[in-house]
Structures are given as C-alpha cells and as structure tokens.
Design a binder for this molecule. Structure first.
Ligand code: SAM
Length: 606
C-alpha cells in the first residue's frame, strides 16, 4: 500500500521515500540521466540502433518516463529504446495515478503508461509506446529472480534505484550485483543515488569502476560507474531491412506489425484472397486466459501473453462494442476436472483486476442469468473480431500485402532464402514462417510435429431471454453474449482433421456442452437450431506450447498457437522481432527456451 509523507509517495513496508523529497524529477535527471551521459549517448545513436536501460525498482515509473522523454528529445528517428525494470510490489492503478500526478510536465507519457498499467500481470510484461519506438519490459517479481533471466551483455546503462541499501538490502546484494555484471558489456555504465560504502565495494567486486560525484539535493554524493570488460554488447547487429512473412493469420499479421514498428519493410504473403481466412477467420473470438495452478512454462507464457494481448488490442482494436467488448469472462466449475483446477488456481494470490473467485450467486449476477456453478471471473476478458484485428495489425505503411500468393517452396540460397509459388519468387535474407500446419509442406519444416486441429463454432439465434447474458461463459466450451441477434458458441476439437465442412454432429457437441454446464442459458436459447457455423483448422504441437523464434540462420517462425492465437500471437511476434533485431527479449530466458523451435525440436531428437 502506498502511503504519503509530506506530499510525497512513501513506502511503509520499507520505511523510505520513492524519490528525493526535494524534487524527484530533478533527482532522476541529475542522478540517472546525467549520471549515465544519456543525452550524448542517445544523440550518438544511428537509425536502426537500439539502446537498453535496465533499472532495479520501477516504483512509480518516474525514471522510465523521464528516460522516454529524454530519448524522444535527443535520439534520431529510427532508433529505439528498451527499458527493463523489476518491481515486486506494483502500485495499484489509483496509487500510480496519484503519484504521477505530481509531474504535469510528464502528463502525456504518464497517461500512456497508466492506460497499459491496468493490463499488468504477475511475471514479465511487455508494452510498446510511441508507435513502437519505446519498449518497456517490466518484470513484476523479485529482482533476484528476474535479473539472471536477462541475456548476457544486453544492458547499456543501469539505474540502481532500490530503496536505501540499509532498508532494502536485497536490492543491493552480491547476487543482484553479479547478475548486473553478467548483463553488462564493455560500454555499460551505471548510476545510483547512494554512495554507501558496502554498495560501492560490492560494485567494484562485481567488475565496475566506481566514481563518487556530487549528488542531488541534500545528498552530498552519488555514484557512477563503468563496467570493466572488453566484451562488446551482445545485442545489435545488422538486421536486414526487408523481411518476408509467410501467412496472413493472427501470427503472421502480428509478426509483420512488430517488424514494421522496428522500421523493417515487410512483405506479407497470404495464399487466400483475404487475410484471416483460416483459423483466425471466425466472426468472433474470445479472450480466454486458461492456465493451471502448477504454472508451468506454458501457463506462464499464457499469462504474459494475456496481459500483452489486452494492451496490444487496446491499441489496434479498442473496446467499441462492435469489434471488441470487454464484457468479462466466467470460467465456471462445471465439470469435476474444471472444479479441481479452479480450486487450485484460486488458492494462489491474484490481483483482482486479473482474476477473482466467485460463487454461483455472484456468477449469476455477473452473467445476467442464474448459474449452477461458481468459478473464476476475468474482468478484462471478452471478445474481439479476429479478421478485423488481422486487418488492423497488417494496416501499417511498411507492410506490403500480397494476397493469393501461396508459397510452395522455401530454399536456402547463398545470401539467404528463396520463397516461391505459382508465378512468383522472392529472395530475402530473413523469412518468418507463420502458416500453421501448412509449414510442413516447406522443406525446412518437413517432419515437424505440427498437427491440424479442426474446430467448429455454432452461431445461435438469440431470444429475449438469452439476450440477458452479459459475459462470456466457459466450461469445456464457451458461449458469448448476443451481438446483432446472434451468440457465438464453440468450439469443437478434432485432431488430425483439416476438413472445413459444417457438421450437424459438431453443432450438437457445442449445444450439448451448453445444455450440460450452462442449463439456464440452454433454456433461454429455447432449442432453436444454429443459424450457421464455421469450421477452421488450427495448428497444435504436442505439449501445446507455441513455437516462436529462430529455426536456423535467417529463418524464424511463429507457429502452433492452437486455440489461443488471439492471446499468444502478439507476444510471440515480439519474441521473434526482438530476436531478429538483436533487441531485448520480452520474456525471461526460461520461457524463450520453452518457445524456441530449435531447442524443442533438438530435444525431441529431430
Ligand atoms: N525508480 C522508481 C521510480 O522512478 O519511482 C523508484 C523506486 S523505489 C526507490 C524502489 C522500488 O523497488 C520499490 O517500488 C520497491 O517495491 C521495489 N523493490 C524493493 N525490493 C524489491 C525486490 N526484492 N525485487 C523487486 N523490487 C523490489
């Protein structure tokens, strides 16, 4: 809980202020921005370069906002900023709003951050600002857990900003300092407001030179330092300025946008006459974060992807009731298996804006119809129109769309890759394959365990009674509130089936689930037959964790999103784009490894 002392944010947990009571803003500028020579270093960047700042202690985000403002003022167009920070005790929405209201000069930046703040999830968060020019990666976990997950030699400048070393020693301990050293390279600098002797000695031991210089306000001294190593930064490197992306579903459109935002010219090849013609083509898709209490790598990825997807959709498809609704989603304990999973999940601590446990009565109140079961309530859940999301993702001036261009061959050449199909051939240094199980037809993906999974949805006519449904309901299937007289219910799963016919038996499965687990809705629907349906084929892999990242030199993929593409395509695209551009990844190394095609397939002995 944030407290206030003399008009300044104060932590009762640590007994310390978040920043100098003279002026937090001026302190940030003096200690962290000047202490790392950021004006000069930003100005010296070239177009296409990226600069990485890492911070210990995000707090109110003041340092981040100041760094962003300075970057905007001094870095050339085409350069980008990665800002990484950690925070174990994130402020609440209103606390953060109140703390940032102290700085009217940062109003525009603060508003942008506050808009994403309500999308925060435990673990790593990745949000892009200013058209992708500034990326924030915020690890909401203990510093000791987060820092060792950074790539080696990726950070250019450190802001060491824990509470005072006497009150918050775990932010300044040897383990943290050696993780800082591991993520530093020959040109890395650091700055901190403290000149405590044991911190200085710790920094020296970790490999930094340490210089005492005048501090800000009442602080006589602060410390700046430089990492003593010759090894260069692990990041950077030449990215080709033209990239081919194969596949115009959510995965491909999201990759195309993530690359275009990094200043890359993208050619997006789609075999159909329009985007989102396969699994991403349903008239409505639900935002459903399904994870398990064990929080394995897949669950942690889905959690991070959920927060990322909500923030990305806020940009490309804001809530408007037509293309997106944030009506909330109830995951009901309708089966024994679901009930067990929900009990285990509910036993963990969750921020209420993310998920809450509800009983049957509360569920009925939220849903607008009586519910037989309680379960989990996801206030930010809802639905979107996936083809519209695809169109908006791909609607970037640096994305050239080539429809009706089915890629049938992908071959290595002396300088990169040749992509060919009927009547066309393109050469590119870098290619990203995002065409689901059809990738198997391309030589480098032959034999990959990509499985087609047919799914059919049912469009059900609403009745005055069923129009009372206010939220998405999920058990083993789902049903969304009516829009223009139609509910969307789904979806079936038939493995190794890629047929697109509409089957009465599949409609019966969708309706049967509503009957079994959402009886009041079933009655409200009044037994009318579905008005129509749609079948799509998604792509899955054993274990269900998508594949995202490098396959081999110049070849990348984002594949196997299964039923979760709406959530996972955006974050997978950030993984791929960051890797291609040599920038800070949006996820901890453990999760990058879990997504990595080369590691996964190598482990399987492919
Ligand atoms: N840089 C911040 C700003 O611009 O407002 C001020 C940071 S404040 C002095 C220190 C922050 O470190 C607090 O928000 C605190 O919750 C966080 N913190 C303390 N111990 C931590 C730990 N072990 N892991 C992660 N964060 C921690």
């Amino acid at each position: 809980m944030l407290a206030w002392k003399d008009g300044q944010p104060y932590s009762e947990r640590y007994g310390d202020v978040y920043f100098s009571s003279d002026s937090g803003l001026e302190e940030t500028r003096h200690v962290f921005l000047q202490g790392n020579d950021l004006v000069q270093r930003f100005a010296a960047l070239g177009a296409g370069d990226s600069f990485c700042i890492a911070e210990t202690g995000f707090g109110t985000g003041l340092n981040f906002l100041c760094a962003w403002q300075l970057f905007e003022a001094h870095a050339p167009q085409g350069a980008s900023l990665d800002f990484f920070s950690v925070e174990l005790f994130p402020l609440g929405d209103e606390e953060l709003r109140a703390a940032l209201a102290l700085w009217p000069a940062l109003g525009r930046y603060a508003e942008a951050m506050l808009a994403f703040w309500r999308r925060r999830v435990p673990g790593w968060n990745r949000w892009s600002f200013a058209g992708g020019r500034v990326r924030l990666t915020l690890a909401m976990e203990d510093v000791a857990q987060a820092l060792p997950q950074l790539p080696e030699r990726c950070v250019d400048a450190w802001f060491l900003d824990g509470f005072s070393p006497a009150k918050n020693p775990e932010m300044w301990g040897d383990g943290v300092l050696s993780a800082i050293a591991r993520a530093s390279h020959g040109g890395t600098t650091l700055a901190t407001y403290t000149s405590a002797g044991w911190v200085r000695r710790g920094l020296q031991q970790a490999g930094f030179t340490v210089q005492r210089v005048p501090g800000y306000g009442r602080k006589r001294e602060m410390v700046r330092g430089q990492f003593l190593a010759s090894a260069p930064a692990s990041r950077g490197g030449a990215t080709s300025r033209n990239v081919l992306v194969i596949g115009g579903g959510l995965a491909g459109c999201a990759v195309a946008r993530a690359l275009a935002q990094r200043g890359i010219q993208v050619t997006l090849l789609e075999r159909s006459p329009q985007l989102a013609s396969a699994a991403s083509g349903n008239p409505r898709g639900i935002l459903h974060a399904r994870f398990g209490a064990g929080m394995n790598a897949l669950h942690r990825f889905v959690l991070a992807a959920y927060g990322h997807a909500l923030a990305l959709l806020d940009e490309v498809s804001p809530v408007d009731g037509k293309y997106r609704a944030e009506c909330g989603l109830l995951q009901l304990a309708g089966t024994e298996e679901e009930a067990k999973r929900i009990v285990r999940l509910a036993a963990q601590e969750w921020p209420p804006h993310l998920l809450q446990t509800v009983d049957a009565k509360q569920a009925g109140h939220l849903a607008g119809l009586p519910m037989a079961h309680g379960g989990l309530w996801f206030p930010a859940g809802g639905w979107v129109v996936p083809p519209e999301v695809c169109a908006r993702l791909a609607g970037h001036p640096d994305i050239e769309l080539r429809l009706e261009s089915e890629v049938t061959s992908l071959q290595r050449t002396a300088s990169g890759w040749r992509v060919g199909g009927e009547g066309f051939a393109f050469d590119a240094e870098q290619v990203v394959v995002c065409c689901a199980h059809q990738a198997k037809a391309l030589a480098p993906f032959a034999g990959w365990p990509l499985q087609p999974v047919r799914g059919q949805i049912s469009l059900l006519p609403s009745t005055p009674e069923s129009e009372r449904l206010k939220t998405v309901l999920c058990v083993d299937g789902y049903c969304a509130p009516a829009v223009a007289g139609v509910h969307v219910a789904g979806a079936t799963s038939s493995f190794d089936d890629d047929a697109l016919d509409i089957r009465a038996a599949d409609h019966a499965v969708n309706l049967g689930r509503i009957d079994a687990h959402m009886p009041s809705l079933y009655r409200a629907l009044g037994g009318a037959a579905p008005v129509s349906g749609r079948a799509g084929v998604r792509c899955s892999v054993p274990g269900a964790t998508p594949l995202a990242g490098k396959v081999e030199e110049g070849l990348y993929c984002s594949l196997a999103h299964g039923t979760r593409g709406l959530l996972t395509a955006g974050l997978a695209a950030e993984v791929v784009a960051a890797q291609m551009c040599g920038q800070l990844p949006p996820l901890p190394q453990e999760l990058l490894d879990a997504l990595s095609p080369s590691q996964r397939l190598r482990n399987k002995g492919k």
